[in-house]
Design a protein around this ligand. Structure first.
Ligand code: SF4
Length: 240
């Protein structure tokens, strides 16, 4: 794993998904097989494969403080092309520092991660008037997860983190993206621990080789998931 500390010129970027997005890192230690963010590599000068390098935006908090005073208040997504709570966050605490600042200005925030490290910041979440904390989970099967996301935290640890957040009155969600084989087994696991579910129907073609190698079928049509989540009283929206 190659890690570099970098200083960037901006941190609050316009987003098509929410109003703004903050990416505290370039690269992601989890290196999921289907990750669409690997296109970022061509802007970095890194020769290592996706998942083997991370640039740490060490000046993100100071930039954020400046930009919050200049830009129009809106909902901020953390993060679009990296996991904000990948293991390096334990050392660098970039997202933690950004959240400390955002809580003072009370900008609405949507967090999306695969990492239970997010629980570290529970005391900060409680200071926000509007914050959603979500986990990406595409299947209920740990063996399927290991094929597609071998370096990401186990599903059980994500479920436990959701339970902890939800029981502490934090608004929680799950982003099913991509829907992986055995996604149906995920549905009952989320009962009572999420406020809503989003299902992304984008085609994550980078993982085509995984489907082929292990003889797995794609989940082509995700519309049925919406009805299935309803059975468990979980609001579900299919997006994109
Ligand atoms: S955790 Fe998200 S950003 Fe990181 S490699 Fe996996 S899909 Fe990509």
């Amino acid at each position: 794993m190659v890690t570099r500390e970098i200083r960037v010129k901006g941190i609050l970027s316009k987003s098509k998904v929410y109003d703004w997005v903050i990416n505290p890192y370039v690269g992601c230690q989890y290196g999921c097989t289907y990750c669409y963010a690997r296109f970022m590599k061509r802007f970095t000068g890194h020769s290592e494969p996706w998942g083997q390098f991370v640039d740490v935006k060490v000046n993100a908090p100071e930039l954020l403080l400046k930009e919050l005073r200049q830009k129009q208040k809106g909902e901020i997504w953390m993060s679009g092309v990296c996991d904000p709570y990948q293991p390096l966050e334990e050392k660098y605490q970039i997202i933690k520092s950004c959240l400390e600042i955002l809580s003072q200005y009370d900008w609405p925030v949507v967090i999306q991660t695969k990492s239970p490290i997010v629980l570290r910041d529970l005391p900060i979440f409680k200071r926000f008037s509007h914050i959603d904390v979500g986990f990406s989970i595409g299947t209920g099967s740990e063996s399927i997860r290991e094929l597609f996301e071998p370096n990401a935290p186990p599903i059980s640890s994500r479920i436990e983190a959701l339970r902890m957040l939800h029981s502490n009155d934090v608004r929680t969600y799950v982003m099913v993206a991509p829907a992986l084989p055995e996604v149906v087994s995920l549905v009952p696991l989320l009962r009572g621990i999420v406020d809503y579910v989003l299902v992304d129907k984008m085609n994550y073609h980078y993982a085509d080789w995984v489907f082929k190698r292990y003889g797995l079928n794609r989940v082509e049509d995700v519309a049925f998931l919406s009805d299935l989540f309803k059975v468990y009283d979980i609001p579900c929206e299919v997006v994109c």
